[in-house]
Design a protein around this ligand. Structure first.
Ligand SMILES: C[S@@+](CC[C@H](N)C(=O)[O-])C[C@H]1O[C@@H](n2cnc3c(N)ncnc32)[C@H](O)[C@@H]1O
Length: 216
């Protein structure tokens, strides 16, 4: 293994084992410029492609939908959505460095540096859809953040997110999802396993919800 490869593996370990936001943001600051090539080419990350396709199906190709990409990172999901024809997307992430990379792609309308574990900087019912890929995972964001995604999505709107395998079981995401289903805060449309990082041979849960209310 080359020194460069060891260094990159260390960055990935830092990202998944961060104990707090500061450590996590330091790891993303160090990784932001190489994130796309590392994750896609080296680790075979495909969740961004699957998420965009899943959202596209749920929205029935309604290309004027106003979409929040929560935990946008460098904008891999937005890039896929733009290729599919979506034109109005906002990017939200806690890492300034990841948002800067997303801005360079020239596909997002607006950028928000914000913490998904806190109230989001949007009024109720702002978005037709929210997509959140790769952010419900080890060392990142827990299921407590679901309620804010629901609040900022309009009645009849769609929420698509991934949860990495392992973290799904270890962090109790399903219990939180079920709690919100039972309360009638969202309705499960689909839930299945799909490849996450091909080279790492891991999967994620792909989850699609509808916020109850007006017709989609
Ligand atoms: C693995 S990346 C996924 C990025 C992108 N969605 C993708 O699929 O490539 C996870 C992202 O979540 C962001 N993140 C982690 N914790 C966060 C938090 N509490 N609030 C907002 N963003 C957060 C990180 O800065 C990082 O950009």
């Amino acid at each position: 293994m080359t020194n460069q490869r060891i260094a990159k593996t260390e960055i990935l370990n830092k990202v998944y084992t961060a104990d707090n936001h500061e450590e996590l943001m330091d790891a993303y600051q160090a990784w932001a410029s190489d994130y796309d090539s590392d994750l896609v080419d080296r680790f075979g990350y495909v969740a961004h492609i699957a998420s965009a396709k899943t959202l596209d199906q749920a929205l029935c190709c309604q290309h004027d939908a106003v979409i929040l990409d929560a935990g946008s990172g460098t904008g891999l999901v937005g890039k896929e959505l733009a290729t599919l024809g979506y034109t109005t997307m906002d990017a939200l992430d806690y890492s300034r460095d990841m948002l800067d990379e997303a801005a360079a792609k020239g596909i997002y309308r607006s950028f928000f540096q914000a913490d998904m574990t806190k109230p989001l900087p949007f009024a109720d019912n702002t978005y037709d859809a929210v997509v959140c890929t790769g952010t419900f995972t080890y060392g990142h964001v827990r299921g407590d953040a679901f309620a804010e995604l629901i609040r900022v999505t309009r009645p009849g709107g769609t929420i698509v997110f991934t949860i990495r395998e392992g973290a799904f079981e270890d962090y109790g995401y399903r219990a939180k999802m079920l709690e919100l289903e039972v309360q009638g805060d969202w309705e499960l449309l689909s839930f299945y396993d799909t490849p996450y990082q091909i080279e790492e041979e891991n999967t994620c849960k792909m989850c699609t919800y509808r916020v109850p209310g007006a017709a989609a």
